[in-house]
Write a protein that binds this ligand. Structure first.
Ligand code: AMP
Ligand code: MG
Length: 692
């Protein structure tokens, strides 16, 4: 059972704050319930936090919701520790052992004494170290000078989580040892208070309404926006990440066997590298400035660009399968290209010191150098050697003369000595030096990129997971193409168009079908889409009319913005978050749906997919048409190029699907343009520049 309704993620603290004002190193909890994130909660000390969690669990249980509660400290110790202390391997017995001994009050606690007690039990030199108090404690070293640890320094999971601290260190910046001492007793008590309702992962099967899991916020990318406390931001990131994760992926991450030590949720159990997780989108990411009537296209684009970030995790694929994927990290050359100096032609290699104005006659040395079969040994001074394209330059040579420029017999080669030193050779690393960034993060890998990656030594490449984009059409009038249509019905034209565009852009398109103009049905379909996808594209129902249910639902969910954009064709656009997933509510009209997808959804999805923002590259051409236009809005016309001039479709009717099909690109008329005359330069954006 890996379906959870509520996620609460807690950043625990070994210290205790007695003040009222939020402090950065107290306890923070972040909640996502039903896909909706709440503001992080400030819990100023462990007593407050325990009460809060108690009440929180009670409320969720009585509402019948399943809860995943995460805490950022180890749930277990390296193998052997539990038995040494309690006589049993069961880490939950150790939890109770701690709960019996740890005394915790806002002003003082006995954690260092309990650590010393354990150390003394085990010989007095470890495993715990770093007494953080003024007074000395027998058996608890301040430094590692005379330290001995009978157990592993790290749990298995920590050997995979780069930068994780060991649980043995009790004090000092970043240490987690004290958090474990001060956290486990609280969890042990909660577990008893809700006996039978709480399961501790990965020690117990997750069949109860509440699951306690270990988290490590550093697994998510953690640039906190300015003014936001880092810990608060981190737990919010983890909560959003887990809440937004596809159930099968979450199930995969939970499928771990670590019966004694425990595990960090998010570290893949199968030994793969730990992927970095992106932070979730902010609730207000689609908010437009108040009081603006019609937002200019460029302002709307700038906002999207500012507020969206990649939402996909990292993965790694064999090079052969990497075309069209987005590179998740810079790819540096493992090897220079070319790896060694070699010859660019078939010919004869010799040393440039022999060059001169006259004809050279060089004795031919025995042997030859071919690609992959270098000559063994040095070419004797004053000699030349037969070489074939791609062959390593033989030792003692640095220049090659081309076959066509020589006269050769079995023992001698003659040619004019006026070549440049180094002619017809390639230097080692002249293309790419070792260690140089060959391909940058965010690149959508082309066939040529695969050649480059291969040349510099990569057989496996880090990529982002494909962006999963759900597509659904809305409207009572819609029928599926090929079915029979009654009067008043039309065929769904947007879905096949949108799905195939997504395919071309390398996203994982998910067909969510057609939905009638019915709010409950649409709500259910959006829920299903949000569960399995990272982004949702809808078409139809995006305006503010009676049957415009997409905008109405998003508005009710409190995370909707009606984007009135100064754009023709295409307004308005409904943008919002549904259960944390961005929704692009496109107009129903196929022409407007296409233009809005190209202009807004495409660059936004590129950003969400890790590829970064992308603006189409256009160019100016003389117009083959005349057009008068209202200033103050951007217009896109269906266009194509003939005889070096931009033609536009004979009708601007936004229902004219044949014009979309006729077009090979768009003409973009600037916001302030009023009158285009034949021959005037206009900006032409070929569909190819949109990746179509
Ligand atoms: P709406 O945005 O729902 O008001 O729809 C605007 C226009 O686009 C109406 O004429 C709809 O019938 C039409 N339309 C909506 N969805 C589609 C679709 N998927 N395929 C073709 N036309 C559509
Ligand atoms: Mg409609």
């Amino acid at each position: 059972m890996t379906r959870f309704d509520t996620f609460v993620m807690v950043d625990w603290s070994g210290g205790n704050d007695r003040g009222k004002a939020p402090k950065k190193d107290a306890i923070w909890a972040a909640v996502v319930r039903g896909g909706v994130a709440e503001d992080p909660v400030y819990l100023r000390n462990r007593q407050v936090a325990e009460d809060w969690l108690h009440r929180f669990f009670a409320v969720e249980l009585s509402a019948g919701r399943r809860v995943m509660a995460g805490f950022d400290f180890p749930f277990g110790y390296p193998r052997g520790f539990a038995r040494a202390v309690t006589g049993q391997d069961d880490p939950l017995v150790l939890w109770d052992w701690f709960a019996e001994r740890i005394e915790d009050a806002p002003k003082a606690n006995n954690r260092f004494d309990v650590a010393a007690e354990i150390n003394r039990l085990l010989g007095g030199k470890g495993p715990f170290w770093m007494n953080g108090l003024q007074r000395d404690i027998d058996g608890l070293p301040r430094t590692k000078a005379d330290y001995a640890n009978p157990f592993a320094e790290r749990r298995e999971v920590e050997t995979r989580a780069k930068g994780a601290f060991t649980c043995w260190q009790l004090a000092g910046a970043g240490a987690v040892g004290s958090q474990v001492f001060m956290g486990l007793p609280v969890l042990a008590r909660l577990r008893r208070a809700f006996a039978g309702q709480v399961a501790v992962w990965p020690f117990e099967p997750l069949e109860t309404p509440i699951a306690l899991v270990e988290i490590w916020p550093s697994l998510t990318v953690t640039d906190a926006p300015t003014g936001v406390i880092k810990d608060a931001h981190q737990v919010a990131s983890v909560a959003g990440w887990l809440a937004g994760m596809a159930p099968d992926r979450l199930a995969g991450l939970l499928d771990v066997s670590a019966p004694e030590e425990g595990w960090i949720l998010g570290v893949p159990p199968d030994g793969r590298a730990v992927p970095l997780q992106p932070p979730p989108l902010r609730n207000d990411c689609f908010a437009l400035p108040a009081g603006v009537d019609w937002t200019p296209v460029d302002a709307a684009l700038a906002m999207l660009r500012d507020r969206l970030n990649p939402v996909v995790a990292q993965d790694s694929v064999p090079l052969m399968q990497a075309a069209g994927r987005v590179l998740a990290q810079d790819l540096t050359a493992r090897r220079p290209n070319p790896p060694e100096a070699n010859t660019a032609v078939d010919g004869y290699a010799f040393h440039s010191s022999l060059l001169g104005p006259d004809t050279l006659r060089l004795p031919l040395a025995v042997g030859r150098s071919a690609a992959g079969k270098p000559n063994a040994g040095r070419v004797p001074e004053g000699h030349c050697l037969r070489v074939l394209t791609g062959a390593a330059l033989p030792e003692g040579t640095d220049t090659v003369v081309l076959d066509e420029d020589v006269r050769a017999d079995a023992s001698e080669v003659a040619f004019r000595g006026t070549l440049k030193p180094g002619a017809n050779t390639r230097k080692a690393g002249e293309d790419v030096a070792a260690g140089e960034v060959a391909l940058g993060q965010g690149r959508v890998l082309t066939p040529a990129d695969l050649a480059l990656a291969a040349a510099v030594g990569h057989g496996q490449v880090p990529v982002y997971e494909r962006l999963r984009v759900a597509v659904l059409s809305t409207g009572d009038e819609l029928r599926e193409a090929g079915e029979t249509a009654a009067p008043g019905q039309i065929f769904d034209a947007n879905r096949p168009m949108l799905l195939s565009m997504l395919d071309r852009w390398g996203h994982a398109a998910q067909d969510m079908g057609r939905v009638p103009d019915d709010r409950a049905a649409l709500r259910a379909r959006l829920d299903a889409a949000a569960e399995g996808a990272d982004v949702i594209l809808t078409s139809g129902g995006a305006s503010a009319g009676d049957e415009d249910h997409v905008s109405a639902l998003l508005r009710d969910a409190g995370a909707m913005q009606e984007w009135r954009i100064a754009l023709k064709p295409g307004r308005p656009l409904a943008l919002g978050l549904w259960r944390g997933k961005p929704v692009f509510g496109l107009p129903g009209n196929p022409v407007a749906a296409l233009v809005c997808t190209l202009i807004f959804a495409r660059p936004a999805m590129a950003l969400l997919s890790g590829a970064g923002w992308s603006a189409p590259q256009g160019f100016d051409l003389p117009a083959a048409f005349e057009k008068r236009k209202k200033p103050g809005r951007r217009e896109y016309l269906r266009a194509r190029v003939r005889d070096g001039r931009a033609e536009v479709f004979r009708s601007e009717g936004s229902g004219r699907i044949s014009g979309l099909s006729w077009a090979e690109g768009l003409v973009e008329l600037g916001d302030e343009e009023r009158h285009v005359r034949p021959g005037n330069p206009v900006r032409y954006l070929p569909f190819a520049s949109f990746g179509l």
